[in-house]
Design a protein around this ligand. Structure first.
Ligand SMILES: NC(=O)N[C@@H](CC(=O)O)C(=O)O
Ligand SMILES: [Zn+2]
Ligand SMILES: [Zn+2]
Length: 349
């Protein structure tokens, strides 16, 4: 069979996204709004979005940053709250009534803007109970933070120490293990209850940890959880293309200004929103699984969250184009992953 020249799928959603705030929000939102109908917006602002009132105010700022008309003007942000040791159980009902869909678990110190995160999930039992009751999802940055655990093992150890007991104690709580990076995570999710799912980024499908070290240290490939060995990348591709409904698209597009990335201490995060669908299509095509792409990008996430699937379609065309090296973003710009290089698919306007 010859390779197709176009790929038309139901409008997709991004189930894990960082939009930031203020000028940064205005700079990046149009990229996502062009590609996706909806996105789960991460709450790791400074200060973090911990209350329903803050999330609703943030939602208004996002709506105000949408393109006025044409593509992206109907983009819908799906809001989340940042779980802390002290999130009151009462907040959960307020959140549900306000249309907030999930709380985000950041183990304290695990990633960008996670200082206010949870130090011990056992302290959150009452709140988790309320989430289970109200049908609010828990989204996990699944890494332990102990200094004695090797950084490449932190996801697997999180599954054993945190996720397995959590799902035993709250079996009806829907949990998304975000941005999975290992075969342990793919296997765990595939074998876990129907209340369990995972997002997978384009960069973890396309790259292994060699990308960070090719010819020198490459900060634009540094994100958390960090890229892993090739055997893990292969396991993620297998999970994404397996046809399992438990795996879906979440870019984890995480903008950091160039001066924050090209630094003695480089911020964690890759910017992929500008060309997310193109990057995913490349990964699915390399696996000979373009026929599995639509469910991964457009159906599985909505079904798991209990939200309607989108109507309408988007079309990707086989066309070679060079991704810009730097995008406008503050004084130093924003370098997208793969910037300056060719992509083989292009989202039709
Ligand atoms: N993925 C990252 O490396 N960074 C994210 C935070 C996160 O999702 O862990 C960010 O906010 O920059
Ligand atoms: Zn994370
Ligand atoms: Zn993230």
């Amino acid at each position: 069979m010859s390779a197709p020249d176009t790929l038309t799928i139901t409008r997709p959603d991004d189930w894990h996204l960082h939009l930031r705030d203020a000028d940064a929000l205005a700079a990046v939102l149009p990229d996502t709004a062009r590609q996706f109908a909806r996105a789960i917006v991460m709450p790791n602002l400074r200060p973090p979005v911990t209350t329903t009132a803050q999330a609703l105010a943030y939602r208004e700022r996002i709506l105000a940053a949408r393109p006025r008309d044409g593509a992206g003007s109907d983009f819908e942000p799906l809001m989340t709250l940042y779980l802390t040791d002290n999130t009151p159980p009462d907040e959960i009902r307020r959140a549900r009534e306000a249309g907030i869909v999930a709380l985000k678990l950041y183990p304290a110190g695990a990633t960008t803007n996670s200082d206010a995160g949870v130090t011990d999930l056992r302290q959150c039992a009452k709140t988790l109970e309320a989430m289970q009751r109200e049908g609010i999802l828990l989204l996990a940055h699944g890494e332990v933070t102990d200094g004695d655990i090797d950084i490449f093992d932190r996801e697997a150890v999180f599954i054993d120490r945190v996720l397995t007991p959590l799902q035993r104690d709250f079996p009806a709580l829907k949990v998304v293990l975000e941005h999975i990076t290992t075969k342990e995570a793919a296997q765990y999710v595939a074998g876990a209850s129907a209340q369990t799912a995972a997002t997978i980024t384009a960069h973890h499908l396309l790259y292994n940890r060699n990308a960070i070290f090719t010819g020198g240290l490459r900060p634009h490939f540094y994100c958390l959880p960090v890229l892993k060995r090739e055997q893990h990348r292969i396991a993620l591709v297998e999970a994404a293309t397996s046809g399992s409904h438990k795996f879906f698209l979440g870019t984890d597009s995480a903008p950091h200004a160039t001066n924050m990335k090209e630094q003695s201490v480089c911020a964690a995060g890759c910017y992929t929103a500008l060309s997310a669908l193109e990057l995913y299509a490349e990964a699915f095509e390399a696996a000979g699984a373009l026929d599995k792409f639509e469910a991964f990008a457009s159906f599985n996430g909505a079904d798991f969250y209990g939200l309607p699937r989108n109507s309408g379609t988007v079309t990707l065309k086989r066309e070679s184009w060079a991704l810009p090296e730097v995008l406008p973003f503050g004084a130093t710009g924003l370098k997208p992953l793969r910037g300056g290089q060719e992509l083989g698919w292009k989202l039709a306007a």
